[in-house]
Design a protein around this ligand. Structure first.
Ligand code: PEP
Ligand code: MG
Length: 755
């Protein structure tokens, strides 16, 4: 059964359009269940009507032409109840209603299951039989399983279909795909799709004019692979039997002009670029081999895949040198990485879309720091087909608009213009202090990682660095940086801000941040080996980093050290001991300078409950609200499927933040926050009221937060906090905060979707 399910899902997945997908579903499900009829009714989102959309067994001529309004018939009953309806004799049910001419009269038994994706009923899958019988439990369970698995594919095909029109006919129908907000702002631009290297399954479709050049590139890549394989065969001549050697000939034969090579060339001649043609042809052949009965032949799929991958790698290598980026590039990838951001010249980069990941993925944090509008987790986006398309991304609400009509474009352009006006307005505040209406000063610090952040931060009037993510320079290398390399990097950070304080966090890898040269593979990385756990297990890495920081601080004295992911006192004691030891040893080596201030990040619930014990041992605490929210709410910050449960102002989070501030106040220690909440004008008002001494945020948010805090008084913020602390639902907190902003003339910080 599992095999049948898997095969059907695989076939449906490979369908080119929604009608194709539905055709496959009705045909394959009817066969698998050995029933007489299988049909799909799809809900029309505009009218709510359930349209008869595909059938095997009923009158196909009526497909797409008839349907049922809500409240009519058994199909809509399934949708209303959001559960299966299983009847021995459909016509005896009070909701039964014939659809004329469809040919249902003969069929008595009826089993309908809803097709639900992300809580939305997309349609209903129905099987029918002439015999009067209830479908048995296992049949019902099969159909439910089938439908649950297909829902995602159908939702995806619905959007892909809308865009597909564009590819085939040259005219696009507009479509909107929802993801989650990654970095605020609007971008109107042209899609450039980046694919991971040499992955046949991740090659975007692309039409080209210069077919001859593509053919040449393909031929050159083929020749290189042939030469590589020949070279391997030659070195093995003495070790292989003549039969084994013949295998290499077979291998080379696959690439022959007469075989796969000719098919690829044929596709290139229709206008597809070489990489796309290669991937489509190879995938087709791999599938073909995989479906073979004989295990020897089935295993040949691996060879075909290997060959295809090799050719693709050469094609990508030559394309790399030719890549140009249009003005207002919107970079689209299945999974954006920090390094892919660096590929596009900044002045050409208008926006980013990542199919995977969420608003608190580290790449989104980088995008916010760079001020590039970003949408994450756009899982239904047919990203492989978007090359050169015009797109709009709404980074405030996390939506992507494909083929936008002129009128919609105008509305977004209007929002963009307003944003520009706001940033000009905010620029004027640059040299003004962040002071509430009743004269309370709030130091605004920045989070940094790249050297480029430094200039931006200073331009925005940052008063210090609350979080320097040291893993960023680690990420950009091919091995651990040496102590001296680190010293130089840290020195330039410290020198750029001196005498303003710079809080350097010790290496925080693991979770979604793994170093290419130190991969950590775990089933549950956010609960695994990450942050301080890694560095305490590798004192040689920790000590080199601390020594580099202390050396870099010589003569400047503005360094502070901060420890990530601490979840018990023992970890802290151990880290403190190593820091003190390094300091002692460096003094013996002739270094001057005192021990810098040391702090702990509060990122896990345990640290909230032990905030006083931790605070007592250090100079300051700083809340990492990004992780704290994920751990308090048990919502993976990187998973778009649960992104709507990630509430940075959930009452539990607010309570925890208030408790940490209180604990520090009792212990007489400084308390700061360096999670993204600090950069949200709404969050900042609440944090001010809780008594946070320092708010540290990405440079882009700083002017907005300054503007918000200069508009309120400490007393009003206090009253608001008391009120908010009584609320029990995140939505209520949001509504209350939005009302507060509106009452204080700050509607510009509320971003409702553009319709
Ligand atoms: C946090 O968790 O809030 C934080 C600031 O650290 P990072 O986002 O780098 O995990
Ligand atoms: Mg963190």
């Amino acid at each position: 059964m599992l095999e049948v399910l898997r095969n059907i899902v695989q076939e449906v997945n490979a369908a080119e359009s929604l009608p194709d997908a539905l055709e496959i579903i009705v045909r394959r499900v009817r066969d698998a269940m050995a029933t007489e009829v299988c049909s799909v009714y799809m809900r029309d989102p505009e009218t709510g009507r359930y349209i008869f959309q595909a059938t095997e067994g009923l009158n196909r001529d009526l497909v797409g032409l008839i349907g049922l309004d809500p409240g009519e018939g058994l199909v809509t009953l399934v949708a209303e109840r959001e559960e299966p309806v299983n009847l021995e004799s459909a016509e005896s049910h009070p909701r039964f209603q014939f659809l004329p001419d469809i040919g249902e009269e003969r069929y008595h038994s009826f089993l309908g299951v809803p097709i639900i994706h992300q809580r939305e009923v997309l349609g209903v899958l129905v099987v029918q039989q002439a015999e009067r019988r209830r479908f048995d439990e296992s049949e019902e369970a099969f159909l439910v399983t089938m439908s649950a698995q297909l829902a995602g594919v159908i939702a995806h095909a619905r959007v892909t279909g809308a865009v597909g029109v564009d590819i085939l006919a040259g005219e696009g129908s507009a479509a909107k795909v929802s993801g989650v907000p990654g970095a605020p702002g609007i971008a109107i631009g042209t899609a450039v799709v980046v694919s991971p290297s040499a992955d046949l399954y991740a090659v975007p479709r692309r039409q080209v004019d210069n077919r001859r050049r593509e053919l040449r590139a393909f031929k050159e890549a083929l020749d290189k692979v042939r030469a590589d394989i020949q070279a391997v065969a030659d070195t093995l001549t003495t070790e292989l039997s003549p039969e084994d050697h013949a295998l290499f000939d077979v291998y080379l034969g696959i690439l022959d002009d007469s075989a796969i090579g000719a098919e690829v060339a044929g596709l290139i001649k229709t206008g597809e670029w070489a990489q796309g043609a290669l991937s489509q042809v190879m995938i087709e052949h791999i599938r073909h081999f995989e479906r073979m009965e004989h295990s020897y032949l089935r295993e040949r799929a691996v060879d075909v895949k290997d060959l295809g991958t090799r050719v693709l790698a050469y094609l990508q290598e030559s394309a790399q040198d030719e890549r140009t980026y249009p003005d207002r590039t919107i970079l689209v990838a299945e999974e954006l990485t920090a390094s892919s951001l660096g590929e596009v010249p900044r002045h050409k980069l208008a926006g980013l879309i990542s199919v995977r990941g969420s608003g608190n993925s580290h790449v989104a944090i980088l995008a916010r720091a760079m001020g590039v509008p970003t949408v994450m987790g756009a899982v239904d986006l047919p990203y492989m087909r978007l090359q050169d398309r015009e797109l709009i991304i709404d980074g405030y609400n996390g939506t992507v608009h494909l083929n936008p009509p002129a009128e919609l474009k105008q509305r977004f352009q209007h929002v963009l213009d307003q944003d520009m006006a706001l940033s000009r307005d905010l620029e004027a505040l640059r040299d003004e202090p962040c002071e509430t209406l009743d004269g309370h000063r709030v130091p605004l610090w920045v989070n940094t990682g790249l050297m480029a952040d430094v200039t931006r931060s200073l331009e925005q009037g940052a008063e210090g660095v609350g979080l320097y993510r040291t893993e960023v320079p680690f990420l950009l290398r091919e091995r651990f940086p040496s102590e001296e390399e680190q010293r130089q990097t840290y020195r330039s950070q410290l020198a750029a801000f001196a005498p303003k304080p710079v809080t350097m966090r010790t290496l925080d890898i693991g979770g979604d941040k793994s170093l290419p040269y130190f991969p950590i593979e775990e089933d549950n990385p956010f609960l695994g080996w990450r942050g301080i756990r890694v560095t305490l297990d590798h004192p040689e890495i920790f000590l080199a980093q601390i020594r580099a920081m202390l050396k870099a601080n010589e003569g400047l004295g503005n360094l502070q050290i901060m420890l990530p992911m601490v979840c018990n006192v023992a970890e802290l004691e151990e880290a403190l001991e190593l820091i003190r030891r390094s300091h002692r040893e460096l003094l013996q080596e002739g270094l001057s300078g005192g021990l810098p201030q040391i702090g702990v990040m509060v990122e896990v619930p345990a640290a909230v409950y032990q905030a006083r014990a931790l605070a007592r041992r250090v100079d300051f605490l700083s809340v990492g609200s990004n992780d704290l929210t994920q751990y308090l709410l048990a919502v993976d910050r990187n998973n778009s499927r649960v992104a709507d449960l990630y509430h940075s102002m959930h009452p539990a989070v607010i309570q925890a933040l208030a408790d940490v501030a209180k604990a520090c106040q009792v212990e007489g220690k400084r308390v700061g926050i360096c999670g993204e909440l600090a950069g949200d004008p709404q969050g900042a008002v609440l944090l001010l009221a809780m008594g946070y001494d320092i708010l540290s945020m990405n440079a882009t948010s700083l002017p907005k937060v300054k503007k918000a805090l200069r508009n309120v008084s400490m007393q009003e913020a206090g009253q608001l906090l008391t009120e908010v602390m009584q609320l029990e639902e995140p939505q209520q907190v949001h509504q209350r905060m939005e009302r507060f902003l509106t009452e204080h003339g700050m509607e510009q910080f509320i971003h409702n979707p553009v319709e």
